[in-house]
Design a protein around this ligand. Structure first.
Ligand code: ADP
Length: 408
């Protein structure tokens, strides 16, 4: 029996198929540039081969049809004899508002509630919903599960999620901190607990998810108590192309003073800022680190602002929890960049944070404990795996009963 994980985004549908018996992913791929010129299907088959075929993928419905066809033999590298071997489908769902505090089996009511969350995530929820509807249509009777990026953060207390805005506006327009990357955080917290061989209920943990999107969470005794992304994923840390925290007065200045439109400000803050805006070279931390070392001033500034902001948040979250005993790095940058980890941890010795430089330098994309000898805070590197988390939730919630050996 298999579980299919689907991440249906605005212009692509990514998928990964897990064999429940072995727990391993057997194939994955993507239908990309949906509705655009140059759309294609890319499949990483069970035979180890990668096949990319240029073909018209006009809609999300067509993307799902092509993906399902590619999973069944005689399609090359296909793992399934028939679609009946798919026991459940797990969907990445970006925004569950305050309605979803955990993953749920998808019903008509769940779809309706997600529709109500569309104004909160106008770019993400509609394609998520398209993926859910099409998968339900194409795999009738197969349980489907929605796993929300926001759910993990629903445990935050009011003082952490409330903006100091007038009550009527907060209530009528649902203006509050939601937080994102929750599925990644749940996976990473679970792995960190396993690495330390300690229950999460004993730990005060800060997890830094540093990728193209960056955020941080404070997890006290297994529950999120604060997180840096807010009403949208724009708040908080410096990201690849997003500014993170800025004075909201800047937005007023841009619109009122400089007559920029909302779309122009959106582009400036979401696409042109962050590491890219600071360095004026790239949003890729590899390029920035290399150039900073070679003396490029913009890249040095980008690295300094990025790591200073992250360090400030670690301190803030230690204060929010009344202490910290575990600091975890994940995401493309967090998992791979010894330089960034070193710079974030600098001057945090007063919290008990110190790195073992050799362990830090050699930890690249693997689970590792990089704490310095005698440090009271354990510093870990944990590669994230959101899809595996979605598969695990889906198995827990949705799987059709697997026929026992010998059943007719
Ligand atoms: P996303 O948020 O899109 O999932 P990732 O988590 O894959 O992104 O992170 C992507 C970023 O990770 C890249 O922009 C790159 O800057 C960074 N990255 C990947 N490998 C390295 C590395 N070896 N050193 C520094 N940064 C890296």
């Amino acid at each position: 029996m298999f579980v299919l994980v689907i991440n249906s985004g605005s212009s692509s549908v990514k998928y990964r198929l897990y064999d429940i018996a072995s727990g391993s992913a057997v194939t994955h791929g993507v239908a990309a540039r949906i509705g655009e010129v140059g759309s294609y299907l890319e499949i990483h088959g069970t035979d180890g081969g990668t096949r990319r075929t240029q073909q018209v993928v006009a809609t999300h419905a067509q993307a799902l049809e092509l993906i399902l066809a590619a999973l069944v033999r005689p399609a090359p590298g296909a793992p399934l004899a028939s679609l009946a071997e798919i026991g459940a489908v797990g969907h990445r769902a970006v925004h569950g508002g305050d309605a979803f505090v955990e993953s749920v089996q998808i019903t008509d009511d769940v779809i309706a509630e997600m529709e109500r969350c569309v104004p909160l995530a106008p770019l993400h929820n509609p394609p998520n919903l398209m993926g859910m509807r099409e998968a339900r249509r194409l795999l009738p009777g197969v349980p489907q599960v929605a796993v929300f990026d926001t759910a993990f953060h629903q445990s935050m207390p009011p003082e952490a999620y409330t903006y100091a805005l007038p009550g009527r506006w907060r209530r009528e327009h649902h203006l509050r901190r939601y937080g994102f990357h929750g599925t990644s955080y749940r996976y990473v917290c679970g792995r960190a607990g396993a690495m330390l061989a300690r229950p999460l209920s004993e730990l005060r943990m800060v997890v830094c998810h540093l990728g193209n999107g960056c955020s941080m969470v404070a997890v006290k005794h297994g529950r999120a108590v604060d997180t840096s992304m807010g009403f949208t994923p724009m708040e908080g840390l410096v990201m690849g192309t997003r500014s993170g925290d800025v004075d909201p007065g800047i937005v007023l200045h841009l619109t009122r003073g400089l007559q920029m439109t909302a779309a122009e400000v959106d582009h400036l803050l979401n696409q042109e800022s962050g590491l890219l805006g600071l360095s004026e070279v790239s949003n890729d931390m590899r390029v920035i680190t290399e150039r900073a070392e070679a003396g490029d001033e913009g890249c040095r500034l980008a690295l300094d602002v990025f790591t200073y902001r992250a360090r400030k948040y670690v301190g803030a979250y230690a204060a929010a929890m009344g202490g910290i005993d575990t600091l975890v790095f994940t995401g493309g940058i967090g998992e791979n960049s010894a330089t960034v980890r070193h710079m974030v941890c600098t001057r945090l010795a007063f919290l008990g944070i110190a790195l073992d430089d050799t362990a830090n330098r050699s930890a690249c994309g693997v689970e590792a404990d990089i704490s310095g000898p005698g440090a009271s805070v354990r510093v870990l590197v944990v590669p994230t795996d959101e899809e595996r988390m979605i598969a695990m939730d889906t198995i827990a919630l949705g799987i059709r009963s697997v026929p026992a050996a010998g059943d007719p």
